[in-house]
Structures are given as C-alpha cells and as structure tokens.
Ligand binder design. Sequence first.
Ligand SMILES: Nc1ncnc2c1ncn2[C@@H]1O[C@H](COP(=O)(O)OP(=O)(O)OP(=O)(O)O)[C@@H](O)[C@H]1O
Ligand SMILES: [Mg+2]
Length: 371
Amino acid sequence: MHDGSGRVVVQNLTKTFGQVLAVQNLSFTVEPGSVTGFLGPNGAGKTTTLRMLLGLVTPTAGHATINGQPFHHLGNPARVVGAVLEAQSFHPQRSARNHLRVYAAAIGMPDQRVEEVLHLVGLRDAGQRSVGGFSMGMRQRLALATALLGDPQVLVLDEPSNGLDPEGIVWLRTFLQGFARQGRTVLVSSHLLSEVEQTVEQVVILSRGQAMYYGPLDQLRKAQQSRVIVRPADAPQLTAKLEEAGHTNIEQLPEGVLAVAGVEPEQVGDLALEAGVAIYGMHTQQADLEQIFFQMTSGQFSGAQLNPASPQFQQQFQQQLHQQYQQQQMQPQYQQQPQQPYQQPPSGWPQPPAQQPEQQQWQRPQDGGQQ
Ligand SMILES: Nc1ncnc2c1ncn2[C@@H]1O[C@H](COP(=O)(O)OP(=O)(O)OP(=O)(O)O)[C@@H](O)[C@H]1O
Ligand SMILES: [Mg+2]
C-alpha cells in the first residue's frame, strides 16, 4: 500500500529513445502543500519524465514513485493521482458529461462527482455539448475535470495553460494554489517560466534531461543580481570611498566606469558626494528571473546542477552581466546624456499572496463519498 504522504520522488531517472538521451539521471522530490513548476525548454524531457512517473513509459534506469510506490502499485491510482498530459483525446460525439461519466464509472466514482468537477472547471453550462465542438481551452478544462474525478491527492499537469485564455490562466492559478493549500501536491510543467512564476513556489528546472536547479523560486529570485553602474570623475577615489563603507564587490569597467553590486544607487551617490567626486552617469543594471532561467537552460551550464547561491553560479552570472554591459555599449549613452541621473530599479516581481490561509491537511474522504 502507498504511504499517503502525497510525496513524488524521482530518483536517478534515465530514459533513452534509441540514440536520444531524453532524461539523464534525474532526481528531485515534490512535497505536498505547494505548487511545483517543472520547467524546461522544448525537448528538455518534461513529458517523458511525467510519463515515466505515470507508468506510461518504462525508465531505462532509476525510478519514480508517488506516495512511496511506483504508479502501477497504487491500487486505485485515479484516487491518488490525477494527470493531464499532452494531446488528450476525447470521443468527439460524446458530451463532456458523458465522457466524465464513463471515466467516473471506471474508477468507481458516482455521477454526482461528474457534476462537481464540471462545476469546478467552469464547464457546467457546456456539459451537454459534444466534445468535438470544444475549443482548445475547453478541452484543457475537460481534461482537468477528468483528472479531478477521483478527488486525487496528487495532481500532475503537463503544460496545462496551453490554449487557455487570460481569464482561464488566472482561474487555473487560483485553482492550483487552492488545491495545494489543502495539503495536496501539484506538479505542473511549462516551457515558460513567466507563465507559471506567479503560480509556483518550488521549481525543478530541466535542461537536456538534467536538473539544473530544484528548490524554492524565491531562492532564484534572490539570485537576481543588480548592480549600480556608475561613471565617476575619479574612479580610484570613489572605489576607495565605497570600500571604506564596506561595498567591496566592485568591478572596474572600461573608461573609468565602476559596477558595484549589493548597493543602492542612492548610497553610491551619497558616498560620491561625501568624497567630493562628481558623477557623470549612473543606472541600475538588473537581471531578471527570465534571464536566469534562460541562462540555466541555454546549455552553457550543461552537466552541472547549480545552486544560485553557489560561487560558480554567481561567477557565471557576473560574467553574463559583464557581457550584457559590453553589449549595451554604455559609453555612447553617457556621451549623449552626461547629466543623466540613475534609473530607478524595476519595481520587482509580483509578490506571492500576502496571507496564506491556514493549511488544511488533505484527508481522503470516505470511499465513494464526496469531498
Ligand atoms: N517516443 C519517443 N521516441 C523517440 N524520441 C522521443 C520520444 N518521446 C520523446 N522523445 C525525445 O525525447 C526528448 C524529450 O522529449 P519530451 O517530449 O520529454 O520533451 P518536453 O520537455 O516535454 O518538450 P516540450 O516542451 O516540447 O513538450 C526529445 O528529444 C524528444 O524528441
Ligand atoms: Mg512536453
């Protein structure tokens, strides 16, 4: 029997298709109570991993478990895990309601549950319509309704935002967060960080079948380095003043420009004033979360599982910022606008909901009963 923990464990999972190494020695754990994003570019191995987790593809090596058991040992798996994978197919002449009734009967759920899930996914009014006439977004909703039939503890969704309109995306986000707050587990894949970054708290970032990072999204946010780029009249004097004030992460750029990390532009301005050094230009250089994601998945860190707090990651990151600086060709800007004041840093990323309702522990309802 499974352990009821709601935990998903992927351990040393590998899958090869002929010459293609789709997933390489992949390990991560998904805990209940929060939404985990499974992120990676096209072909990274997301669907293959999820299919292995759901017993649809046999791993070449390693294993994946849900509640401590491989999918095939879960007993009535639909009561434990609900899944929506790519390219769901439906009988086109069948109504949404009838489609759900067939699946409900197969897993021993009453027809009343069909009405509940139609309501949950916003398809109650379309329940009588043939699925053949459904839009892509409606099909996504119906696939999700099917996954929810068994009132599962774990939800696994492969690119569920595809085809959803903006309202649908907001609805899905709210739904998944509410689902996780009940103490259930949500693993949701996407090839776009921006698509899920407001939904997920944890991320597994995949590149070429390997995990590049897994952990809290907040930790990645903290790795967003910003630097103050300043062009003083006297770089050595300002450097000395900054160092005296404890700001030692300073890079000398060409033409007497300094890049100072871990400092606000106001502080640099104040210290320059104290030191009697004129400032000819200053702005904040910010790397956003999307850049971090792109950097991790563009292949340059291939083979390494990087912690954004690690010196290696930080070093690579600084190098990228440096290249970015050079590409921006700051010098002409300074020449054109010598008195340009610093720019305000971007206002930052949307914050997670300020107040999380008290987390309820997920409990299996009585067999055949409703939630
Ligand atoms: N049945 C298969 N036969 C051969 N190669 C496959 C098969 N399934 C997947 N692959 C290959 O494995 C790699 C990973 O594919 P996968 O579908 O898991 O990626 P993905 O991350 O889901 O990508 P996408 O974002 O495009 O959905 C790709 O190179 C793909 O071509
Ligand atoms: Mg896929």
